[in-house]
Ligand binder design. Structure first.
Ligand SMILES: Cc1ncc(C[n+]2csc(CCOP(=O)(O)OP(=O)(O)O)c2C)c(N)n1
Ligand SMILES: [Mg+2]
Length: 323
């Protein structure tokens, strides 16, 4: 493959996908035990998108995320202990436990934040990319959004402005076939959302979202183009939401044959098979063990961490006593 990452980097991409999967499974268990609050949007099956795309960025580049952002967070380098603590509302979380799983932000690693308003982060990404351009900084913004978010007005406005002003922005649409319980065919007159790029005069590319190396390569190309001042790219990553919308999803709308067709395309076992062939089973087992240890440590750290104290309630206020 052209510009394929080194085998060591491929191993790290695999290990990070495993970290995300194991985190999701741990969150699922903790949720069932009543130890998390609110619905959680797991990304099982979509790990290759977040991990592959963020690996193509520099630390100073910025990511905006969605309500389904765990792979984006881990990929951009958020500490998994502080991430887990944030998901569990603990004082040691990246936002001191105030954001929760949908609103994780960590400026130190270039994560501007998750977003519970579908498509709401896209105009924010435009603003950040404009700031990079105005300040002549050599950085790019990677904006994740879903196929559902692609149907809202703010998405059109963001694409139009970014294309017009040639902003250093990569639009990455995670097309997982559903917005909530609604199939893509009931949301859009076109199946390939990348085709919309033509209307903005920017490149559009469809990529196998379950192939971490393909996602990485496409994002690296788009980021290079953005850094050269040539403007945004729209990448559509075709993927699948294996476990439904959220932990409160009662299911029943994803046809079993559809799920069965996507199961063999799970990005993690496929990458494992590739790495076993390249590096041997022992090395892959060591990567699995390393990922499991990291997640175990992250969960223990979160569970040992205190909830925020009542005295810290106004700690994040811009203006003290404004109310
Ligand atoms: C503005 C807005 N409208 C509706 C919702 C409710 N809602 C939450 S997620 C979602 C579907 C999003 O679909 P998609 O962008 O494809 O993301 P996915 O859940 O598939 O990852 C909807 C309608 C919301 N959070 N914000
Ligand atoms: Mg979707």
């Amino acid at each position: 493959m052209q510009n394929a990452p080194s085998l060591d980097m491929q191993a790290e991409l695999y290990r990070k996908m495993q970290v995300v999967r194991l985190l999701e499974e741990a969150i699922g268990r903790l949720h069932k035990e009543g130890r998390t609050r609110g619905p959680i949007h797991r990304c099982d099956g979509q790990e290759a998108v977040g991990i592959g795309a963020t690996a193509a960025l520099e630390r100073e580049d910025i990511v905006t995320s969605t309500h389904r952002g765990h792979a984006h967070y881990v990929g951009k380098g958020v500490d998994t202990g502080r991430l887990m603590a944030e998901i569990m509302g603990r004082a040691t979380g990246t936002c001191r436990g105030r954001g929760g799983h949908m609103l994780v932000a960590d400026r130190e690693v270039g994560l501007l934040g998750g977003c519970g308003i579908v498509g709401g982060a896209l105009p924010v990404a435009v603003g950040q990319a404009l700031a990079f351009q105005v300040r002549r900084q050599p950085n790019v913004v990677l904006a994740f959004y879903g196929d559902g978010a692609a149907q809202i007005g703010a998405c059109h406005e963001a694409l139009n402005a970014a294309a017009l002003w040639k902003l250093p922005l990569v639009f990455l649409c995670e097309h997982n076939l559903y917005g909530l319980t609604v199939h893509a065919r009931a949301q859009s007159s076109v199946a390939d959302l990348a085709s919309r790029a033509v209307g903005y005069g920017i490149p559009g590319e469809i990529v196998d979202g379950n192939d971490v190396l393909a996602v990485h390569a496409a994002t690296a190309r788009a980021a290079q183009r953005a850094r050269r001042g040539e403007g945004p790219t729209l990448i559509e990553a075709k993927t699948y939401r294996l476990l439904g919308f959220s932990t409160s999803d009662v299911g029943g709308y994803q046809p079993p044959e559809e799920v069965a067709a996507w199961r063999p395309r799970d990005p993690i076992p496929n990458m494992a098979a590739h790495l076993v062939a390249e590096l041997g089973a022992e090395r892959v087992a060591a990567l699995d063990a390393d990922a499991a240890a990291e997640v175990e440590h992250a969960v223990a750290f979160a569970l040992e961490s205190p909830l925020p104290g009542i005295g810290e309630l106004d700690a994040g206020e811009y203006v003290k006593g404004a109310a």
